[in-house]
Design a protein around this ligand. Sequence first.
Ligand code: NAD
Length: 246
Amino acid sequence: MRLKDKVAIITGAGQGIGEGIAMRFAREGAKVVLVDVNESQIKQVEQNIKADNGIALAIVGDVTSQEAMKDLVEQVVKEFGTIDILINNAGITRDALLHKMSEDKWDMVINVNLKGTFNLCQAVAPIMREKGYGKIVNISSAARMGNVGQTNYSASKAGVVGLTRALCKELAPKQINVNAVAPGFIETEMSKKVPEDILKALIKNIPMLRQGTIDEIAGTCVFLASDEAAFINGQVIHVDGGRFMF
Ligand SMILES: NC(=O)c1ccc[n+]([C@@H]2O[C@H](COP(=O)([O-])OP(=O)(O)OC[C@H]3O[C@@H](n4cnc5c(N)ncnc54)[C@H](O)[C@@H]3O)[C@@H](O)[C@H]2O)c1
């Protein structure tokens, strides 16, 4: 077990990639705190982890609220004594071409994806600083490179990278790792709804000629959150089948 007894907060753990990360972390021995706005879904994930002999605590919470995230971190420390790992995974899309991009769509995406990441980093940092240990993994996206119809989403995910790099410089002297994972095209409920001809065209642009799996993102997060990755800091790992190379 690579994360034995580590306390890990995972946001957006109610479904998709966040759920996959939570399940995998629990199997690696972590005590996982599931955060999501969707109560019924995180309760279900909590039950599934417990049925698999894992340790999980579901807390309903909106990452856009700075105050709620501070309270949540206090609650986690009361329950488990500390926080070792934070995975900022909660994210949304509200796509539109620029001329149709409402202020509301812009604000919602920036608030959840970027401010939500900031809120949790700020809330956990004092605990990690004090113990001189911590792992933060922020979920960015290949869309940080720029996608049509996603000025809000691409800006938020590029912002997550900027935040990751700046925070790495602030926290690295305290032996805290802050990295980002940028998934490419991943097989989720959402991608199953993409029409077949569009799916084929998208896959043609991926050197590995296939979509990635949730477990391939979860595995990268396990690695970055483990001590095997102790000297990797401020990096963006693209998990995208070779789509972007730097
Ligand atoms: N699916 C992909 O192909 C893909 C590719 C690149 C990046 N990503 C990123 O990976 C992450 C997960 O994506 P997914 O496909 O699993 O998404 P998803 O929509 O399946 O799941 C996101 C989860 O976040 C929760 N959430 C939304 N707003 C929240 C809030 N304000 N506070 C707390 N929880 C909230 C939702 O309830 C949901 O359970 C996102 O950050 C996304 O941008 C996904």
